[in-house]
Design a protein around this ligand. Structure first.
Ligand code: SF4
Ligand code: SF4
Length: 141
């Protein structure tokens, strides 16, 4: 989600924050980091069992942010992220969804200059966990 990033000028009334309807998958270390950042930034203690769901890949166990009725558990009623300042890198880099792919359904894609999208793709390649990048699919356990 980019609704609080003035550089992107998202209109959530138009897109309904659709980028927060796919659960990002994180490593155990990324979850720990997120929990400690949220504690520091929002004085909020996240219970991992309440907010994350384990998923098995070919190379290990990962954690997906839980979804409620098709929405990320951190999305509030106004379609805004409750942990925006600490959101995972995959959320920050949206609408890039892979090293060479964007989500064409996101309305901001048509407005972003090509150089910005290429820059986001490079950041994605740098930030995405190598193990997660190698996984073909995840099975919730
Ligand atoms: S963590 Fe925040 S930005 Fe990421 S999907 Fe959930 S609500 Fe959206
Ligand atoms: S990144 Fe796309 S889908 Fe997400 S809030 Fe912005 S315009 Fe909407």
């Amino acid at each position: 989600m980019r609704t609080q990033d003035s550089a992107f000028d998202c209109d959530i009334k138009l897109c309904n924050s659709m980028c927060c309807r796919n659960c990002a998958v994180l490593t155990r270390d990324e979850v720990s980091e997120l929990i400690s950042k949220v504690r520091e930034e929002y004085a909020l203690e996240l219970d991992p069992c309440k907010y994350f769901r384990p998923a098995k890949g070919e190379h290990g166990i990962y954690y997906a942010m839980k979804m409620i009725k098709g929405r990320c558990i951190f999305l509030n009623k106004e379609n805004r992220c409750r942990i925006y300042k600490c959101r995972p890198a995959l959320c920050e880099l949206y609408p890039v969804i892979d090293v060479d792919a964007v989500d064409e359904n996101c309305p901001i894609v048509a407005k972003l200059p090509r150089e910005k999208i290429e820059s986001l793709k490079r950041q994605y390649a740098e930030k995405i966990d190598e193990m997660i990048q190698e996984e073909e699919k995840f099975l919730f356990i």
